[in-house]
Design a protein around this ligand. Structure first.
Ligand code: GLN
Length: 450
C-alpha cells in the first residue's frame, strides 16, 4: 500500500511505470504476510518489485514500449520472474523503456518519457530507464532490467542506484523479448550491491527453456559475501587506457580517481593497462546487435503478433504497412542497418568483420584477466543529459555507450555502483567488470567500495 501510495503521488512526474497491477500485488502481499508471520520465509518474501516491460508476465501486457505490442498480453511468465514469485516477491507493475530496448535515454518509448528523479528536466538513461527511476525514487525496492549493451548499468549510473549485468547465460532469457540474442541478459537494479546480490542469487540458474543457459550452480553471493566485513586486500584491478580519452567528462574523471584512491586504501592494487581492441567495441556492437535485431524483429509481421494495419489489399501491403506504422524511428533505423549488414553482397565487408572484432575483444579481455581480477572503468563518459538534447543525433547517443558495450560483446559480468556527484548534483557511476562467471569478484569489490 505504501508503494502504491507513492506511485500515485509521484509517478505522474517521473513516469517510470507503464502499467501497475494493484489487485494481483495485494494478493501476493497477503500471501507473503502469512509466510512472514509464520517465521518461515525467503529473503525476497514481500519485497516490492518493478519489472521492465520487455519481460513477460502471464496474463499481463508486455508492450516493449512499442505501438507494435501496445495490446499484447503475454501467455506465459519469464523464468526470472517465476523465480522471484517462488520467493514470494510482490510485483507492482511494468516499467518504461526505449522501444524494444533500443536506446540510452528512455526517450524512444512510444508511450511516455521517463524523467530522472534527481532532475526532472533530464533523462534517466536507458533503455531500462523506468526500472532505474523506479528504484531511485523508491517506487519499488528491486527491479529487473535487460542489458544488451549497457541498458541496466547506464540508467543505474544516471539515477544513482546499483545495476548489474550477469555473465551471459547465467540468467535465463526465457520470456525476455529478444533484441540481440547473443548479447541480451536480464539483470537486477536495486539501491545497494547487497540487494543486487540477493536478487541475482534468486534469478540465476540453469533453465532448459533457454538454449544458451549455462549449466552452472547458483553463486550464493549474498551468504558468502555479506555476512561480515569484505576484505579486498591484494585484489588486482586494471584500468584500460583506451577509456581515458578526451570524451571522458572532467568531473567523471575526477570521481574515478577519487574512487581509485578509496579502493587503494582498502588494499586493492590498481594499474593502467592497454587493450587496443576496445577502440572498435562501439562499431562492432552496433553492427552485430542491429543485425541480430533485424532478424529477431522480422516476427512482427502484422499477422502473428501485435499491431495490424487495416484496409490492406495484399499480404505484402499488410506486412509493410503494419511495420511502418507499428515501429518507431530508432527501431526502423536498427532494422535498416542490420539488414544492410547481413545482405549477401555486404556480409563479408561488415558482419564477418564485426565477428572477427568480437573474437579480438574477447581475447583482449582473456589476456587482461591473466593479470587482473577485475577491469575497472567509468560506467558512462558523462552524467544524465537534458531531455531532448540528443534525440536528433543518434550517433552521439551510440558513442555514449563506449564503456558498456564491450562487456556484452565478450559476455562478461559487470556492476555499476554510485561513486559521487557532479557539480549539478547528478550521480556518477563506477563499473567493476569480471571474468566469465566472476560475479563473486565484482560483488566483493563493489560491496567493499560502496
Ligand atoms: N544503448 C544501447 C543500444 O541502444 C544499449 C541498449 C541495451 O542494452 N538494451 O543498443
Amino acid at each position: 500500500e505504501l508503494y502504491f501510495d507513492r506511485i500515485k503521488s509521484l509517478d505522474d512526474k517521473i513516469d517510470s511505470y507503464l502499467s501497475t497491477c494493484e489487485d494481483k500485488a495485494a494478493a501476493q502481499a497477503q500471501e507473503a504476510q502469512k509466510l512472514i508471520d509464520s517465521g518461515n520465509h525467503s529473503l525476497l518474501c514481500g519485497i516490492p518489485f518493478s519489472i521492465k516491460d520487455n519481460i513477460c508476465i502471464e496474463a499481463t501486457k508486455t508492450t516493449c514500449a512499442s505501438k507494435m505490442l501496445e495490446d499484447f498480453v503475454s501467455p506465459y511468465t519469464a523464468t526470472a520472474v517465476n523465480k522471484l514469485y517462488s520467493e514470494n516477491a510482490v510485483i507492482l507493475g511494468k516499467t518504461n523503456l526505449d522501444e524494444f530496448a533500443m536506446g540510452g535515454s528512455t526517450e524512444n518509448s512510444a508511450f511516455k518519457k521517463t524523467k530522472n528523479p534527481f532532475d526532472l528536466t533530464r533523462v534517466p538513461g536507458g533503455s531500462s530507464g523506468g526500472s532505474a527511476a523506479s528504484i531511485s525514487a523508491s517506487l519499488a525496492l528491486g527491479s529487473l532490467g535487460s542489458d544488451t549493451g549497457g541498458s541496466v548499468r547506464q540508467p543505474a549510473s544516471f539515477c544513482g542506484v546499483v545495476g548489474m549485468k550477469p555473465t551471459y547465460g547465467l540468467v535465463s532469457r526465457y520470456g525476455l523479448v529478444a533484441f540481440a540474442s547473443s548479447f541480451d541478459q536480464i539483470g537486477p537494479i536495486a539501491k545497494t550491491v547487497e540487494d543486487c546480490a540477493i536478487i541475482l542469487d534468486s534469478i540465476a540458474g540453469h533453465d532448459a527453456k533457454d538454449g544458451t543457459s549455462l549449466n552452472y550452480k547458483n553463486p550464493s553471493l549474498y551468504s558468502s559475501l555479506f555476512s561480515g566485513d569484505i576484505d579486498i586486500k591484494g585484489l588486482k584491478l586494471g584500468l584500460p587506457k583506451e577509456y581515458l580519452t578526451e570524451g571522458l567528462n572532467s568531473e567523471v574523471r575526477a570521481s574515478l580517481y577519487t574512487s581509485i584512491s578509496a579502493l587503494e586504501k582498502l588494499g586493492a592494487e590498481i594499474e593502467e593497462f592497454s587493450m587496443p581492441s576496445l577502440k572498435y567495441a562501439i562499431q562492432a556492437y552496433y553492427l552485430m546487435s542491429s543485425a541480430e535485431a533485424s532478424s529477431n524483429l522480422s516476427r512482427y509481421d502484422g499477422v502473428k503478433y501485435g499491431y495490424r494495419a487495416d484496409k490492406c489489399k495484399s499480404y505484402q501491403e499488410l506486412i509493410g504497412k503494419s511495420r511502418a506504422e507499428g515501429f518507431g524511428k530508432e527501431v526502423k533505423r536498427r532494422i535498416l542497418l542490420g539488414t544492410y549488414a547481413l545482405a549477401s553482397g555486404y556480409y563479408d565487408a561488415y558482419y564477418k568483420k564485426a565477428l572477427k572484432l568480437r573474437t579480438m575483444i574477447s581475447q583482449g579481455f582473456e589476456q587482461a584477466f591473466t593479470k587482473y581480477d577485475i577491469i575497472l572503468h567509468p560506467t558512462t563518459p558523462e552524467t544524465a543529459f537534458k531531455l531532448g538534447q540528443n534525440t536528433d543525433n543518434p550517433l552521439t547517443m551510440y558513442l555514449a555507450d563506449i564503456y558498456t558495450v564491450a562487456v556484452n560483446i565478450a559476455g562478461l559480468p559487470s556492476i555499476s555502483v554510485p561513486c559521487g556527484y557532479d557539480e549539478n548534483g547528478l550521480p556518477i557511476g563506477l563499473s567493476f567488470t569480471g571474468k566469465p562467471l566472476g560475479e563473486n569478484d565484482i560483488f566483493k569489490a563493489a560491496g567493499a567500495f560502496e
